[in-house]
Design a protein around this ligand. Structure first.
Ligand code: GH3
Ligand code: MG
Ligand code: MG
Ligand code: MG
Length: 339
């Protein structure tokens, strides 16, 4: 790639994610225009990547940290600005690119063609520097709005799938994840394990210390559960003080060990709260998926089996882990868990 010597790439190439909206890519084959553009943009505090043809610009725009704003000359060797614009718009992935087309072609039909190719704005040569500055600034504003929208969307998606109190997956999300993992297990041949964990005598904590302290205990238990699984397992809040854990690629023979590790990890230290340290234990029911016979019970069956085992653990005195008597043949056709 032929980057002009004074070109600056924002930060370092190792920074992930889209570059901030104050970096601009210039693609201009005329060295005089290129120098003027680069000089002005740098003076206005933009970081600049200046290139002399459309193909180099296309390559540069594919990079992870590529500028989100591009000022493209229309007529360039290799790939002209309008064609480059079409390519940029045909890309479904990546952050939005704001394209300002620079053209010596001032006729209405040319401008329309440029906009139809996907340009956000255009400027005819020779251009007025103040006008360029104002147009780049309005492009920057649009990119900032776009970034705020993307963030709001991501925040909403996170909120829709996570439990507000504990930050782990909520019931809908953990149920979907179980479904997905069962589908995956059929392809990979690696069975899914399910654990239901319920706090023992939790009502007493609320009754003795109040709801906010109960909330703090729930948060800490969720943290301890997360801390006792691998990072490709899933912890979700299934109900008030009940958690569903989906263990991916979990050999049925290792399920008891995992359940026991969780039980010990939750109970080994009292939880520090505003009311002082509070000891807490959990009871666990677990169920393993058997892959041999895929047309009986699904995710629903796994959860039901783990739940029965949990009741057995409660009945046997709490602070213990019980395993469902038989592995459950969970098939994708029956994987949906009733909400
Ligand atoms: P067991 O050992 O049989 O499970 O007894 P338990 O007291 O844990 O079970 P029970 O079902 O009787 O009570 C559960 C309590 O959990 C009742 C409810 O008020 C409380 N709870 C549910 N959700 C929340 C929450 O978000 N915050 C707090 N602080 N308490 C909650
Ligand atoms: Mg040109
Ligand atoms: Mg309970
Ligand atoms: Mg309960």
């Amino acid at each position: 790639m032929n980057v002009a010597p004074s070109a600056e790439v924002p930060g370092s190439a190792s920074i992930a994610g889209p570059s901030p909206p104050d970096s601009v890519l210039i693609a201009e084959d005329d060295p005089v225009f290129r120098r003027v553009l680069r000089g002005c943009l740098q003076k206005w505090n933009y970081k600049v990547v200046a290139l002399e043809n459309g193909l180099d610009a296309w390559t540069a725009l594919q990079q992870e940290n590529a500028p989100q704003m591009a000022i493209l000359d229309w007529m360039m060797p290799g790939l002209d600005g309008v064609e480059l614009c079409r390519r940029i718009r045909s890309q479904a992935h990546g952050s939005y690119k704001y394209v300002l087309l620079l053209t010596a072609k001032g006729a209405k039909e040319d401008i329309v063609a440029g906009l139809e190719a996907g340009a956000d704005d255009y400027l005819t040569k020779p251009f007025d520097l103040n006008e360029l500055r104002a147009r780049v600034r309005s492009g920057k504003r649009i990119l900032e709005l776009q970034a705020a929208l993307v963030k709001a969307h991501a925040d909403l998606q996170f909120e829709a799938a996570h439990d507000h109190l504990t930050g782990v997956w909520n019931r809908g999300a953990i149920t979907d994840l179980l479904q997905r993992e069962i589908l995956r297990s059929v392809r990979s041949g690696e069975p899914v394990g399910v654990i239901m964990a319920d706090l023992d005598h939790f009502k007493r904590i609320n009754d003795s210390y109040g709801h906010p302290v109960g909330d703090a205990v729930l948060r800490e238990v969720a943290k301890r559960l997360l801390g006792s699984v691998r990072n490709y397992d899933y912890v979700g809040r299934y109900g008030g003080e009940e958690f569903l854990i989906v263990l991916t690629a979990c050999a049925p023979s290792s399920l008891n060990m995992t359940a026991e590790r969780m039980r010990v990890h939750v109970g080994e230290k009292p939880v520090d709260t505003a009311a002082g340290p509070i000891s807490v234990t959990i009871s666990i029911g677990s169920a393993a998926q058997c892959l041999g016979n895929p047309d009986q019970r699904g995710g629903e069956g796994l959860v039901r089996a783990a739940d029965s085992a949990l009741y057995a653990a409660k009945a046997k005195g709490r602070n213990r882990a019980e395993r469902a008597p038989e592995d459950v043949a969970a098939s994708p056709a029956h994987a949906a868990v009733a909400p």
